[in-house]
Ligand binder design. Sequence first.
Ligand code: NAD
Ligand code: 6PG
Length: 303
Amino acid sequence: MDLAMIGLGRMGGNMARRLLRGGFGVVGYDRSPEAVRALAAEGLAAAPSLEALRDLLPAPRTVWVMLPAGSATEAVLEELAGVLEPGDLVIDGGNAYYKDSQRRAAWLGERGLLFADVGVSGGVWGLENGYGLMFGGPPGVAARLEPVLRALAPSPGLGWVHAGPVGAGHFAKMVHNGIEYGMMQALAEGLNLLRKKREFGFDLARLTEAWRHGTVIRSWLLDLTAQYLAGDQDLSDIAPVVADSGEGRWTVLEAVELGVPIPVITQSLYTRFESQDEEDYDERLLAVMRKMFGGHGVKKARD
Ligand SMILES: NC(=O)c1ccc[n+]([C@@H]2O[C@H](COP(=O)([O-])OP(=O)(O)OC[C@H]3O[C@@H](n4cnc5c(N)ncnc54)[C@H](O)[C@@H]3O)[C@@H](O)[C@H]2O)c1
Ligand SMILES: O=C(O)[C@H](O)[C@@H](O)[C@H](O)[C@H](O)COP(=O)(O)O
């Protein structure tokens, strides 16, 4: 089976590699020539344009899009709508907002194109470990895509799911990432507490390594944390800023819309916001108010 991969970065590049290794013919397109060059040496058919990509694939085509969510994905889907032919299938595997995916499925459908959203998890390790995949779309499209899902998954029958109709794939991935935020937060808080108990001088590398075996909290996140701490426990070169790319925000918005309490996930999102705020105006104001009502001391910024 042949298919196209648009976006050959950390995710799309390795997914294309995994598919090539699985015996698929993969046509690739990326606006960065370097991203394409690396994969062309491994058997990828490089397409210089979306028209060329169309012409390199037999109809009906399967085109997997693995781009940053938002304007990049929107622009490429709009371009694809003008290039592909009725019956072709477009998959968005990026971390897109599920409402965008539902809207896109509708307007691509008006042009005779099929659309499915697939939440993809596994990061840069997916090439070797396989990817967790959450498919959203009609059963007929799921059946058509099944060989691809089986090849990308950790093993053919494990790690992928037909989550529901269009939108359900990205909704499931959104909640997965909300859970990811909460699990990361719990690990970070617990390890910080251990570090602060100076009298015990905990070796966090050895402790997390031990926790990886037999404990209730063993997990891949713990494995990765232990792996990093084994080389650097002080983190003195790491700025205390945690970025976020949207999934956590959408999870919280959805919870508010549905009236569902998700305090752990919400708090972990707010912790990221706090880390991103270099001005810290709120904390400065708190210090000032305390001084105003109680005459308490205020630490000067230069202290
Ligand atoms: N990195 C992860 O761990 C991870 C895991 C799961 C899902 N995702 C999602 O997968 C998608 C891709 O992530 P990534 O980490 O591979 O990003 P990346 O930045 O590594 O790669 C994106 C690629 O898209 C290309 N690109 C950007 N705009 C383009 C355009 N208009 N036309 C053609 N090519 C364009 C870039 O040149 C780059 O090669 C995102 O939606 C991301 O949220 C990422
Ligand atoms: O399941 C995964 O493979 C990860 O969740 C993946 O999707 C990625 O690392 C996130 O994009 C990071 O999301 P934040 O930037 O919001 O932390």
